[in-house]
Design a protein around this ligand. Structure first.
Ligand SMILES: Cc1ncc(COP(=O)(O)O)c(C=O)c1O
Length: 372
């Protein structure tokens, strides 16, 4: 057994013994979840409207400090609508990191637009503002409408740097904050730094609605439009079915929002758990040559959605060995997502050199990070 696996096994010994396995990320329901979901069933309000949807949106706005939140079916749909709100249409191009989950690039494709990949910074794993600036300068003749920053593993990217570059080039900044609910950049919650932002409440996120997402914006007109577009563009009326454009049915059911309300009540506690877990991992791997825990930069407060272990040097074989050895004793670890430019459907997209992405793809292991 490799020393990395041995330390992981030691770290999780009691849990693995007590529960048989240690998942990468499992949801925790210890509060009002059952009561709120039962309330939906008892009252019959299980579907696309209901008091929990409104309450969930208000809780999101309060927790993030963003003026408006619109709940939707999932994070991919949320990001697609964010891009639409930013004016992205067929034929346009959007700059995204290649180091991301596939949903970021898919949302661009669902708008009929094409991705352009640029590299991330090693210290944040988020888009590199210097490379972004150079790219937008070099390609100012291209129909680039937006830039999507993704806060990887909950660690906020350099939002000031990216916002400044985007403003200078007249390109919308959109935050894919799917992984960073509870994360702050210079004291301000992620999702507050661009035109619009998206969240995900998939079962593996810090808080979950089963499946769900949200659009965040400080612009009242955009929020109104987001609600309208995601609720079939129906004109308000007690009984008429009039719709004024082709909208989407992306509404989050009340049942899911009920779960979300209960989860939001414990968000701050879960962030604390995860931050403590990252510290404990840091201590557990301290002194082991060639590896380190990926830690937050000075200007942010990360939710540590997933704690990641970074090898000093790329070693795909070692990553797979550790994942397989850990799996054999019930400890679930994962590699980084295959970078977007290596996937068949995105292999032809224009891209810059991606040295950090290429390197990190063969250096990172996500460690078990449930909020319990
Ligand atoms: C970075 C990122 N973007 C988007 C998504 C999409 O969210 P969803 O699964 O809710 O569609 C996820 C997670 O699933 C994600 O990690």
């Amino acid at each position: 057994m490799h020393e990395i696996t041995r330390r992981l096994v030691e770290f999780w010994r009691d849990d693995a013994k007590a529960e048989g396995m240690v998942p990468l990320h499992a949801p925790v329901f210890r509060g009002n979840e059952a009561a709120y979901v039962k309330d939906c069933i008892d009252t019959g309000w299980v579907s696309s409207v209901g008091a929990y949807v409104d309450r969930f949106e208000a809780m999101l706005a309060e927790a993030t400090g963003v003026a408006h939140a619109v709940a939707v079916v999932n994070g991919t749909a949320a990001l697609q609508v964010c891009l639409h709100l930013a004016g992205v249409r067929p034929g346009h191009e959007v700059v995204v990191p290649s180091l991301t989950f596939v949903a970021t690039a898919n949302a661009v494709s669902h708008c009929g637009a094409a991705c352009r990949f640029i590299d991330v910074e090693e210290r944040t794993l988020g888009l590199d503002p210097v490379r972004l600036d150079a790219h937008l300068t070099r390609h100012k003749d291209r129909p680039i409408k937006a830039v999507v920053v993704m806060h990887a593993f909950g660690q906020p990217a350099d939002l000031d740097g990216l916002a400044e570059v985007c403003a200078r080039h007249g390109v919308a900044l959109v935050e894919d904050a799917a992984e960073s609910l509870g994360s702050l950049y210079k004291g301000r919650h992620t999702g507050n730094h661009g035109l619009v932002a998206s969240l995900s409440f998939n079962g593996n996120k810090i808080v979950t609605t089963g499946g769900g997402g949200a659009i965040l914006t400080n612009d009242a007109a955009l929020a109104k439009r987001a609600k309208h577009l995601t609720t079939t563009a129906k004109l308000p009326h007690p009984f008429r079915f009039d719709h004024d454009e082709v909208g989407w049915n992306y509404r989050l059911p009340n049942l899911n929002a009920a779960l979300g309300c209960a989860q939001m009540e414990v968000l701050a506690e879960y962030v604390e758990h995860k931050r403590r877990l990252a510290e404990r991992y840091d201590a557990a791997f301290a002194g082991l040559d060639g590896v380190r825990i990926f830690r937050e930069t000075a200007e942010v407060r990360s939710n540590y959605w997933l704690t990641a272990l970074l090898l000093d040097r790329p070693d795909r074989a070692l990553i797979e060995r550790v994942i397989e050895e850990a799996s054999a004793v019930g400890i679930q670890c994962r590699p980084l997502w295959t970078p977007m430019h290596r996937l068949a459907m995105y292999g032809d997209c224009p891209r810059d050199a991606l040295p950090v992405t290429e390197s990190v793809a063969d250096r990172l292991i996500s460690l078990p990070s449930s909020p319990r």
